[in-house]
Design a protein around this ligand. Structure first.
Ligand SMILES: Cc1cc2nc3c(=O)[nH]c(=O)nc-3n(C[C@H](O)[C@H](O)[C@H](O)COP(=O)(O)OP(=O)(O)OC[C@H]3O[C@@H](n4cnc5c(N)ncnc54)[C@H](O)[C@@H]3O)c2cc1C
Length: 443
C-alpha cells in the first residue's frame, strides 16, 4: 500500500501571508517543501470589498518580496513591468494604487505557485497522528473529507470576523459582516433599501460611500460608539510599528505591557480612517444637508444593544453610550463593519485559532491561557516521550497580541515575516534532513 505523502510544510490558507511564505521559500530553492490548501476556488484578496475607487493603505513597494529582495521576480514593480504599465503607473503619481490593481498583482504572483496550491479545500480540523516512521505528524482534515499529513503547519487563514453580541444569533442574508459585503448586497437586488452600517472603521466608511453610489439605497444609517469617523494615525513615528525593529522591541514585553502599548497605538489601524475617504464622506454629507436630503443619517455615540427581525425589516435598538437613552432604527439590511477578532485574553478575543482546537492539549499556554508564540511566529507543541522532534505550528499573520500592530494582517510586514518563518523552517528542518527527503506527491 502506498503511504500518504508527509509534507514538510503545509500552509492552511493561501492569502497574501502564505503566498509571501511561498515566495520566500522559492528564493531559497525550497519551494517544493511547502504545499498549500485554500478555501476559495482560486486566488483572491479581500474580494468582497474590492470597491470602486478604494485604494490600498500601505506603500505598494513593501510588497511580497521587495523589502527582502528587490531583485525578486515577484515584486509589484515587476508586475507593472510585465503588463507594460510601469510608465503609466509612475505617470499617474498616485500615492497608493487601487485595491483592484493590487489584488491583480497578488493574483499574478499566486499564478506562479499554482502547482503548489489545492484551491477549493477548506481545513476543518487539525490533529496529531503517527507517521510511517512512528513519529508524530500533523493531520489536517478538509471539508470534502480529504486529509493531509505534514511535519509543520503554517496557519495563514486571516482572522475571524468580530460580531458584536447583539448580532450573535442573527446573521443571515439581511445581517452580515463586511467580509460578505458585495455578494450579500447584490443578493438584495434592486428594491429600495434602508441600510444600517455598524462601525467607524475604514471598511465602514468605504462601504457607506459605496452604498450611497447605489441608486436603490434610499438611506444609510451610520451607527458607531465614537463621535464619528476619526483620522488614522499616519505619523511616520507611529508607523514604526510596521518595522521589524518594533517587533523585536514588542515581543519580549509582558502581556500587561503589550496590552497597554497596543491600546496607545490603536488609532494606527482601528476605528480610524484615511483622510481621503473622510473628506469624501464629509463632502457628500454637506451636499445632502444643502439639498435637504436625508439619505445619510449619523448615529454617533450609539451602540446596538438588540437586533431582531420585525416583519421584512430588522429592528435595531440603539443605546447612547453616554446618556444611556434608547431609540429604535429599522433597516432592510445591516452591515457589520466591526473588524476582526484578535487572539488573546481580552473581551471578544479568541484564545487561539479555532483550527488549533484539536491540538489544544499540546499548546504551551501563558498565565492568561493564551498559547506562547515565539519570535519566529511558531508555537512549539509540548512534547511527548515518543516524539523527540519538537512539532511546530507557525501563525502567519495572526500574531498581533504577541508581535504587535505590524502583524494585524498588514501587507507591509509580509515579506519580513515570511523571511523570519522561512529562516526558522530551514533551521528546524536542518535537524531532520532524513525525514525531509521522504516527501513525495500531494494527496
Ligand atoms: C477590505 C480590506 C482591505 C485591506 N487593505 C489593506 C491594505 O491596503 N494594506 C494592508 O496592509 N492591509 C490591508 N488589509 C489587511 C489584510 O489583513 C491584509 O491585506 C491581508 O489580506 C492579510 O493576508 P492574510 O493572508 O493574513 O489573510 P487573508 O487575506 O484573509 O487570507 C487568508 C486566506 O485563507 C483562506 N482560508 C481561511 N480559512 C481557511 C481554511 N480553514 N482552510 C483553507 N483556507 C482558508 C481564506 O479564503 C483566504 O484566502 C485589508 C483588509 C481588508 C478586510
Amino acid at each position: 500500500m502506498k503511504s500518504q505523502t508527509i509534507h514538510p510544510v503545509l500552509g492552511v490558507g493561501f492569502g497574501p501571508a502564505n503566498l509571501s511564505l511561498a515566495v520566500a521559500l522559492e528564493e531559497r530553492g525550497r519551494a517544493e517543501t511547502a504545499h498549500f490548501i485554500e478555501r476559495s476556488a482560486g486566488f483572491q484578496w479581500q474580494r468582497e470589498q474590492l470597491l470602486s475607487g478604494a485604494d490600498i493603505q500601505n506603500n505598494p513597494f513593501r510588497d511580497l518580496a521587495m523589502p527582502r529582495n528587490p531583485a525578486s521576480p515577484h515584486t509589484f514593480v515587476k508586475y507593472l513591468a510585465s503588463r507594460g504599465s510601469l510608465t503609466d503607473y509612475l505617470h499617474l503619481n498616485a500615492k497608493f494604487p487601487l485595491r483592484r490593481e493590487y489584488a491583480d498583482y497578488l493574483t499574478w504572483v499566486a499564478d506562479a505557485f499554482r502547482e503548489q496550491v489545492d484551491y477549493g479545500r477548506s481545513a476543518v480540523g487539525l490533529s496529531l497522528v503517527q507517521g510511517d516512521d512512528g513519529g508524530e505528524v500533523f493531520r489536517v482534515e478538509t471539508d470534502d473529507g480529504g486529509a493531509y499529513l505534514a511535519r509543520t503547519v503554517s496557519v495563514g487563514t486571516g482572522r475571524s470576523p468580530r460580531v458584536p453580541p447583539a448580532f450573535h444569533r442573527g446573521l443571515g442574508p439581511r445581517v452580515f459582516h463586511s467580509t460578505r459585503y458585495l455578494s450579500s448586497i447584490e443578493q438584495l437586488g434592486d428594491r429600495p433599501l434602508r441600510v444600517a452600517v455598524v462601525g467607524a472603521s475604514q471598511s465602514a466608511i468605504e462601504i457607506i460611500l459605496d452604498l450611497l453610489a447605489r441608486p436603490q439605497v434610499r438611506q444609510v444609517v451610520s451607527i458607531h460608539r465614537s463621535i464619528g469617523f476619526r483620522l488614522k494615525d499616519t505619523s511616520p513615528y507611529s508607523r514604526r510599528v510596521f518595522l521589524p525593529e518594533f517587533v523585536d522591541y514588542f515581543h519580549p514585553l509582558s502581556t500587561a505591557k503589550k496590552r497597554r502599548l497596543r491600546g496607545e497605538l490603536r488609532s494606527i489601524n482601528y476605528a480610524a480612517c484615511d483622510q481621503d475617504v473622510i473628506d469624501r464622506l464629509a463632502g457628500v454629507q454637506h451636499e445632502y444637508q444643502l439639498t435637504g436630503s436625508d439619505r445619510l443619517l449619523m448615529k454617533p455615540f450609539s451602540e446596538v444593544v438588540l437586533s431582531r427581525e420585525q416583519g421584512q425589516t430588522q429592528r435595531l435598538v440603539l443605546r447612547d453610550v453616554n446618556h444611556l437613552t434608547e431609540e429604535s432604527v429599522d433597516a432592510d439590511a445591516v452591515i457589520l463593519a466591526t473588524g476582526f477578532r484578535d487572539f488573546g485574553s481580552e473581551q471578544g478575543d479568541e484564545p487561539y485559532h479555532p483550527l488549533l482546537e484539536g491540538i489544544a492539549h499540546r499548546l504551551p499556554l501563558d498565565e492568561e491561557g493564551v498559547p506562547v508564540v515565539s519570535r519566529d511566529y511558531s508555537i512549539e507543541l509540548k512534547s511527548q516521550a515518543d516524539s523527540p522532534q519538537p512539532l511546530r505550528v507557525y501563525l502567519n499573520g495572526l500574531c498581533e497580541a504577541s508581535h504587535g500592530m505590524g502583524d494585524a494582517g498588514a501587507l507591509a510586514m509580509l515579506s519580513v515575516r515570511a523571511t523570519d518563518i522561512a529562516d526558522s523552517l530551514q533551521r528546524n528542518q536542518a535537524h531532520d534532513r532524513e525525514e525531509l527527503l521522504a516527501f513525495g506527491t500531494s494527496p
